[in-house]
Write a protein that binds this ligand. Structure first.
Ligand code: ATP
Ligand code: MG
Length: 507
């Protein structure tokens, strides 16, 4: 027991009860009770304002206050003062309600012994101290729980969300009612992310058996932005080693993830560039070496032997052919380099596409011999457009020459031209070896050649150039191909013709 007086505020309007209680207190073997009596609540509240009391004995039916409201008023004035309610026999129900409201205990008038009174006061004081410590500890916990940058939630062992911290609330932006008291995998964060949901179901099951689990999960905010979380679930045990709670924690690692993705992307790009460099070097050594060696060979022969004129001509033709192939290759590499570095700009001039395409087909048919037939079809006798003729020539010549080259058994190449008000569509279709599905995705990358080319020669630059030329025209290219059956390339380019010009042309 404390060795300073216990100060009691006795609030009771019945003087007989006051006398009895005072006597009981003084009888209770203690000389140091300091009792202050108040007949009315208003007087009691005044005392409470100026004096510190250890306990209040409070009658609930006073001349100026009745029932539970009396407690409310005292509590609002002195929140941590232990209240013991004094009640008559018939008012037990209200006494119980008073305890539920925050009174520490109650005493039934007429049934109080000095021993009981002593015990009740002692327990009431202890209980309020414990409650106060509990509140302080709760405040400390809340402070940490809510101030941390980490997302935290407390779950029951079967995964129901009991509490969430402020960081989680602020960042994810959902109202408490759609999260609290729901199973964690049903919370709206994971709504569209099935993978996160199934991980959570599994993790809760295992955490409730004592395991700690960690994973990187994707979650949605209320604004529907996707976040990456470094997420962990830990079990929390009580003194009996029983799991009473699960703690779920999450770090927002979206920025980290994005940086990681960027690094990975630039690594892939670098690898790709390296690979391109390697292909380029091996292509150069092969493609340039072959014609140059055959030139040297032909020159040697011409120098050392006295050939007849027709034989000499054959060697000269061979030299010329090798030189022009080497020059072509140079041109292709230079063009690709210039388009990649942004040095080439489309120079639009008016042209008649029908005429332009017919001429290309004619030249092709003449130079490529008659092992292949090119059938050109066009919807209009004249289709006017504004295009860069040089770029357009690269596009069509490359596609036509591929059509011929990759149809080793000969056959028909169909070339069709059509137009709408704003666009022109070029289709080049062959019945050749086709392109395997896996290669189709990389078709426009420089030096990429499909697996099925066999002995057909090529550098893998043609389509890369075609794609750059189509892009410079703000157009679009598509491929439809089936290995062993044939290939169709479709190029759509804007006509760059105003309505007025079209009308004049159509007139
Ligand atoms: P070049 O630079 O001499 O044109 P290439 O023909 O090999 O060489 P691209 O025109 O870029 O290079 O074509 C790339 C690859 O795409 C070819 O190697 C071939 O595998 C495939 N390809 C292109 N067109 C066709 C086609 N019409 N039919 C079948 N495969 C094709
Ligand atoms: Mg080609």
């Amino acid at each position: 027991m404390d060795d300073y007086p216990i100060t009691v505020l006795l609030v009771e309007d019945n003087l007989a009860d006051v006398a009895l209680l005072t006597e009981l207190l003084q009888d209770a073997d203690l000389e140091y009770w300091q009792i202050t009596h108040a007949k009315r609540l208003s007087i009691a509240l005044e005392y409470l304002q100026n004096t510190r009391f250890d306990v209040i004995l409070l009658d609930l039916s006073l001349p100026d206050s009745q029932g539970l409201d009396t407690i409310v008023q005292v509590q609002s004035r002195v929140p941590h003062l232990p209240i013991i309610v004094l009640t008559g026999l018939q008012d037990k129900r209200i006494a119980l309600q008073a305890v539920a409201q925050g009174a520490q205990d109650y005493l039934v008038k007429g049934e109080v012994s000095s021993e009981l009174l002593l015990k009740t006061v002692g327990y009431a004081r202890e209980r309020i101290q414990i409650l106060q410590r509990l509140q302080e500890s709760e405040q400390r916990f809340r402070g940490i729980f809510n101030q941390t940058f980490q997302f935290m939630s407390l779950l029951s062992p079967d995964g129901v969300v009991l509490d969430i911290n402020q960081a989680l609330r602020d960042r994810m932006g959902f109202p408490d009612e759609v999260v609290l008291n729901h199973l964690i995998w049903e919370a709206p964060y994971w709504k569209f992310v099935e993978q996160s949901q199934s991980w959570l179901k599994m993790a809760i099951l295992r955490a409730s058996e004592g395991e700690t689990l960690q994973a990187e999960l994707q979650a949605y905010t209320s604004q529907e932005t996707l976040q990456w979380l470094d997420f962990s679930i830990k079990p929390l045990k009580n003194g009996n080693n029983t799991i009473t709670l699960l703690i779920a924690e999450g770090w927002n690692i979206s920025t980290l993830k994005q940086a990681e993705a960027e690094i990975r992307q630039s690594l892939a790009k670098e690898q790709e560039l390296n690979q391109m460099k390697n292909s380029f070097i091996s292509m150069i050594s092969h493609e340039f070496r072959t014609p140059l060696s055959s030139i040297i060979l032909a020159v040697d022969l011409l120098e050392n032997y006295n050939f007849a004129e027709d034989k000499k001509k054959k060697y000269y033709d061979q030299i010329r052919g090798s030189i022009s192939r080497t020059l072509e290759l140079f041109d292709e590499i230079l063009l690709l380099g210039r388009t990649e570095s942004g040095k080439v700009k489309a120079k639009y001039t008016s042209l008649d596409l029908t005429k332009f395409c017919s001429e290309i087909v004619e030249t092709f048919q003449l130079t490529k011999g008659n092992s292949h037939q090119i059938i050109f079809s066009v919807t209009d006798a004249s289709i006017v457009a504004k295009m860069d003729t040089c770029l357009l020539k690269h596009i069509l010549e490359n596609l036509l020459s591929n059509g011929i080259k990759y149809s080793p058994k000969g056959g028909i190449i169909r070339f069709s031209l059509s137009c709408s008000d704003h666009h022109a569509k070029f289709c080049i279709q062959d019945q050749g070896i086709g392109i395997p599905k896996l290669d189709q995705a990389k078709l426009f990358e420089p030096f990429h050649r499909a697996k099925n080319v066999g002995k057909i020669k090529g550098t893998g630059l043609g389509l890369a150039i075609v794609k750059r030329c189509v892009d410079l025209h703000l157009g679009n290219i598509q491929v439809d191909s089936k290995e062993g059956h044939g290939t169709t390339f479709t190029v759509i380019l804007p006509r760059h013709i105003e309505e007025q010009e079209r009308e004049t042309i159509n007139a």
